[in-house]
Write a protein that binds this ligand. Structure first.
Ligand code: ADP
Length: 636
């Protein structure tokens, strides 16, 4: 290898500098993972070459025996990871080894706290890849030549991980990449064969490429013998994990493979491995991570599975096989039915894609259902991390909406706990014999839901209500509408229909109350006038004087707020004001003869009800002054 042009010095992208610094400090306790990351990259490089060579076998230049080699030089204290994969040219090197292409990197870095424990957890989710070399090396040299290019078009990249890197054109005999780690003095353990084999066995048995190391020659008996030729041997199993029989794969192997394909540092929570033969032939291996990735809410983030066709790697992030609401699923699909020359465009319109996609979705939903049955605690962890994403499901995947809803968990008045752990099935089991509908309340916060006056009648009758406080809930419910033939009813919407929960006596009492208080209702109506669509005698309240309710066909109040926050136009709607004639305050104002005074009371009660419902008022200052005036009068 010899330099053919002048050395250029470049500066790392700012984010890389920050990441390098933090990574080296926070991942130190788990330092051996650098080898997994580098072998993983080498295996990916081989996959990419194999894929490109499907169209152009010249790229192999006679060497299609793809492999990874690990060598050491004890004198120079270097550890080298070599592959004969796709390689990189100068542009690739600058782009891939000087910047971080991941979306949302700046956001991610801003979440780092400087607390090593927390940060190592976050960095694990981010996936550090190549840069992890700097955990053990104080200098890294990369010599690489891209497949299809000339020996003198190779590049040498070098950096001490301190903010800058240099690149220079060199000559390299063979295609592929050598990553040379100049180990720190304290990291000499990574020069020992035994240690290296151990790590490779742990992290790389499942990749389909052989990882080779020099065979240790048996000591020669005759000193005059010529030194034995250097011979390499594979130190991993080198069979793609998903092609092996399920019964031969241990849990640890599944977990290691997960880390390899996801770049996650933590174990998966569960997985589903399926080898399907017959009309459709495919293997899928799908995992649920235990923690949400740092960019789960970034709609542009890459998602989907790794796609293989007949064992050949085709692409990463094939998003056609999973809907957006399952964007947290990681894994792979290996199809025998798709053509090897498949492209993203072909996938888009293919009937095979459609049927594979629905098979994948069923697999994921079934895997989650099984997890929920088998291990409640783990399912709860899953739900806490990804439940809100799953709630996008009914709006996106109409055909599966019941199956998705089966996986939902909510808080409820059954325990009044803020842990979302009540399934709809469980709710239905507890329903009163005469109850026909599933009641829920959706508000801004758990406390607003739990303490809502709308629940008073339900608490009195002992009827359970699901308590929802995620932003997406109202939207989800608008798509779900029913489950197992039972309608969902928002307790804050329209005339309260308690169906058979209401007996003849209740109805009679309600009618009587409405008749008796007709005069009061009219008086209140004339005060509020344009602000409400109607005033009614309530059947919801027991301890609260009044509340507001969205009209029957109107958009739910929570949804109005959500759309306003998103800057979308919302139709103007007026609420219904319901009053509770049993309440002492309502009785007090009923007796108020002074109309101006009466109007003040009504205004204050109406504002209070608005406040309880949405946590805000259009004119809070005048509410406060009206209230103070009334308080002063009472104090006299
Ligand atoms: P990631 O693998 O998550 O993309 P890395 O930081 O590990 O992130 O690597 C960045 C990029 O550098 C890779 O996507 C790949 O394009 C390139 N790269 C790294 N190692 C190799 C290699 N051995 N051969 C070819 N390209 C590589």
């Amino acid at each position: 290898m010899s330099a053919t042009t002048e050395k250029q010095t470049h500066s790392f992208q700012t984010e890389v500098k920050q990441l390098l610094h933090l990574m080296v400090h926070s991942l130190y306790s788990n330092k051996e993972i650098f080898l997994r990351e580098l072998i993983s990259n080498a295996a990916d490089a081989a996959d990419k070459l194999r894929f490109k060579a499907l169209e152009n076998s010249e790229l192999y230049q006679g060497d299609s025996d793809l492999k990874i080699r690990i060598t050491t030089d004890k004198d120079a204290k270097t550890l080298t990871i070599s592959d004969n994969g796709i390689g990189m040219n100068q542009t690739d090197v600058i782009e891939h080894l000087g910047t971080i292409a991941k979306s949302g990197t700046a956001d991610f870095l801003s979440q780092l706290t400087g607390d090593q424990k927390k940060d190592s957890h976050l960095i694990g989710q981010f996936g550090v890849g190549f840069y992890s070399a700097f955990i053990v090396a104080d200098k890294v040299t990369v010599v690489t030549r891209k497949a299809g290019e000339q020996p003198d078009q190779a590049v040498i990249w070098e950096s001490a991980g301190d903010g800058e890197f240099t690149i220079e054109e060199v000559s390299k005999d063979n295609r592929g990449t050598d990553i040379i780690l100049h180990l720190k003095d304290s990291e000499e353990e990574f020069l020992e064969d035994f240690r290296l084999k151990n790590i490779i066995g742990k992290y790389s048995d499942h990749i389909s490429l052989p990882v080779e190391m020099l065979k240790v020659a048996a000591p020669s008996e005759n000193e005059d013998d010529a030194p034995a030729a250097k011979e390499f041997e594979a130190v991993n199993k080198a069979t793609a994990l998903w092609t092996r029989s399920k019964s031969d794969i241990s849990e640890d192997e599944y977990q290691e493979f997960y880390k390899h394909i996801s770049h996650d540092f933590q174990d998966a929570i569960t997985w589903s491995h399926n080898q399907v033969e017959g009309k459709q032939e495919y293997t899928s291996l799908l995992y649920i991570p235990s923690k949400a990735p740092y960019d789960l809410w970034n709609r542009d983030r890459q998602r989907g599975v790794k796609l293989y066709v007949q064992r050949v790697f085709i692409m990463d992030d094939a998003e056609q096989f999973l809907p957006i609401y399952l964007r947290f699923v990681r894994g792979l699909l290996d199809s025998n039915d798709l053509p090897l020359n498949v492209s993203r465009e072909i996938l888009q319109d293919s009937a095979t894609t459609q049927s594979l996609r629905s098979a994948m979705v069923s697999r994921v939903l079934k895997m989650l259902e099984q997890l929920a049955k088998k291990d409640k605690e783990k399912y709860q962890e899953f739900w806490n991390e990804f439940g809100q994403v799953l709630k996008e499901g009914p709006g996106e995947d109409f055909a599966n909406k019941e199956k998705i809803a089966k996986l939902f968990r909510f808080s409820s008045t059954h325990s009044d706990s803020d842990v979302q752990n009540v399934s709809i099935d469980e709710y239905i089991e507890r329903m009163k014999p005469e109850q026909e509908k599933i009641y829920y309340i959706a508000t801004e916060s758990f406390l607003a839901a739990k303490n809502s006056p709308h629940l008073e009648v339900f608490r009195k009758k002992g009827v359970e209500v699901l308590l929802m406080s995620d932003r997406i809930d109202e939207w989800t419910m608008s798509h779900l509408q029913e489950y197992s033939g039972k309608q969902f009813v928002s307790v804050t919407q329209g005339d309260l229909d308690l169906g058979n929960l209401e007996d003849a006596e209740d109805k009679k009492a309600q009618e009587k109350a409405s008749e008796e208080n007709q005069g009061l209702v009219e008086r209140v109506k004339s005060v509020l006038d344009e602000q409400v669509s109607d005033v009614k005698i309530t059947m919801r309240l027991t301890d609260t004087p009044a509340c507001i309710v969205a009209g029957e066909g109107d958009m739910p109040l929570q949804m109005v707020k959500m759309m306003q926050a998103a800057g979308q136009p919302v139709p103007e709607t007026k609420p219904v004001f319901e009053i509770n004639p049993e309440h002492a305050l309502i009785q007090l104002i009923d007796g108020e003869q002074d109309e101006a005074q009466f109007a003040e009371w009504v205004d204050v009660l109406f504002n209070q009800a608005q406040l309880a419902e949405s946590g805000q008022l259009e004119d809070p200052a005048s509410f406060a002054s009206k209230l103070n005036k009334l308080l002063l009068k009472l104090a006299k």
